[in-house]
Design a protein around this ligand. Structure first.
Ligand code: C2E
Ligand code: CA
Ligand code: CA
Ligand code: CA
Length: 281
């Protein structure tokens, strides 16, 4: 209220200070984590909707803080993006994911690898910067580019449209597919799907969550699938937790699925056990 404006201002500012302090501490710890390599990757299977066969995995980063335990990417990726720490972190992700993929390929599991890439990584210096990095890591690990996908979000395409387009074309020309992540949640513009070299749409979990209860969400998924198909794109549905969601997505014409119903993201060794159980090398 206006009468105690002075007090509430003081209260507000001390709360802000506490928040900023926390933020600065987190940033310092994150810097340290990069040097000390406190990250690990978990892998979530992406499966064929028709036969449940694992066609690939998505690499999802975790921060293993010695004091605070496992920290989820939603907590630290935004800070990494703001501070530029996403560049060394992203490079580490790429290295580790391709090293693990090369190992699985050597065992006869011909799966693909999807990696999340943020805008700042894509546009780092030159337009070829990131694709050069991809190319170098693919060659180092002797992996054919068709086994690597990158996932980007719609909002990235809005920010630096021209630069993004050049960077993505450079990546696409390597033979690496580009997935559009969390589709439908951002400022979706259909023209992006035509303008950018995108091969796959990932339908956001929020639509899958409510598709059984809300007809409007089911209809939205139906529309996204139809539009994707008419543009020659493949579709992945994410966040599938129930058998009924799975069945409906299959009947709607989704190609691939991902979600706890099939598997949670797993540490590399557990993922390997799953591959051994479910796939014939
Ligand atoms: P995302 O790319 O949309 O990843 C999907 C998220 O949904 C993951 O959360 C995954 O664990 C979760 N998920 C998958 N299936 C289900 C399900 O059936 N139910 C529920 N409740 N959740 C499910 P996670 O691992 O916490 O990652 C969060 C976000 O952090 C990712 O969202 C992605 O945007 C970002 N991220 C993760 N790893 C990286 C990375 O290496 N680089 C960058 N730039 N971002 C990353
Ligand atoms: Ca993703
Ligand atoms: Ca997603
Ligand atoms: Ca997400």
């Amino acid at each position: 209220a206006k009468t105690d404006g002075r007090n509430s201002y003081r209260y507000y500012s001390s709360e802000m200070n506490a928040h900023m302090l926390e933020r600065i501490q987190l940033e310092q710890r994150l810097r340290q984590a990069v040097v000390q390599q406190e990250f690990c990757l978990h892998y979530q299977p992406i499966v064929n909707v028709d036969n449940h066969e694992i066609i690939g995995v998505e690499a999802l980063i975790r921060w293993q803080d010695p004091k605070f335990g496992l920290i989820s990417p939603d907590k630290f990726i935004p800070i990494a993006e703001e501070t530029g720490l996403i560049e060394p972190i992203g490079e580490w992700v790429l290295q580790q994911a391709l090293r693990d993929l090369a190992h699985w390929h050597s065992q006869g599991f011909e799966i693909s690898m999807a990696i999340n890439v943020s805008g700042r990584q894509l546009i780092n210096g030159s337009q070829h910067g990131f694709s050069c990095l991809l190319n170098a890591q693919l060659q180092k690990n002797c992996i054919h580019p068709r086994y690597l996908h990158i996932e980007i979000t719609e909002s990235m395409l809005m920010d630096d449209t021209e630069q993004c387009l050049l960077a993505l074309e450079s990546i696409r020309s390597l033979g690496v597919d580009i997935y559009i992540d969390d589709f439908g949640t951002g400022y979706s513009s259909l023209s992006y799907l035509k303008r950018f070299p995108i091969s796959v749409i990932k339908i956001d979990k929020s639509f899958v969550d409510n598709m059984l209860e809300r007809e409007s969400d089911a209809n939205l998924i139906k529309a996204i699938v139809m539009m994707g198909q008419s543009l020659g794109l493949k579709l992945v549905a994410e966040g599938i937790e129930k058998q009924e969601q799975w069945q409906m997505l299959q009947s709607l014409g989704c190609d691939f699925g991902q979600g706890y119903l099939f598997s949670r993201p797993l540490p590399s060794q557990q993922l390997e056990l799953l591959l051994q159980e479910q796939m014939i090398p």
